[in-house]
Ligand binder design. Sequence first.
Ligand code: SF4
Length: 85
Amino acid sequence: MIGSQHLTLTQAAQIGTYPGQAHFAIPDARETCWRCRFWDARSDREQHAVCLKAQRLTPGRRTQKVPWNARVCRYFEPKNQIAVR
Ligand code: SF4
């Protein structure tokens, strides 16, 4: 699982990745999960929230909440943006 203690923590992306993220964090990303549409905060005061993308990628498994300031991963999509697919 992404961000688990079983990783060797030798690469910057692994070190900056939190359990519950959908993929490895991008170390030099300017955005944080707080700005991602998959970060499922129930209010503006939430500090941690479930990543809906991670939940979708691991059906049937419980995912941990991700802190607001985690660096984004490759699945980042800004909030309030219409997906073009
Ligand atoms: S950037 Fe978005 S998809 Fe990636 S871990 Fe953060 S909330 Fe999840």
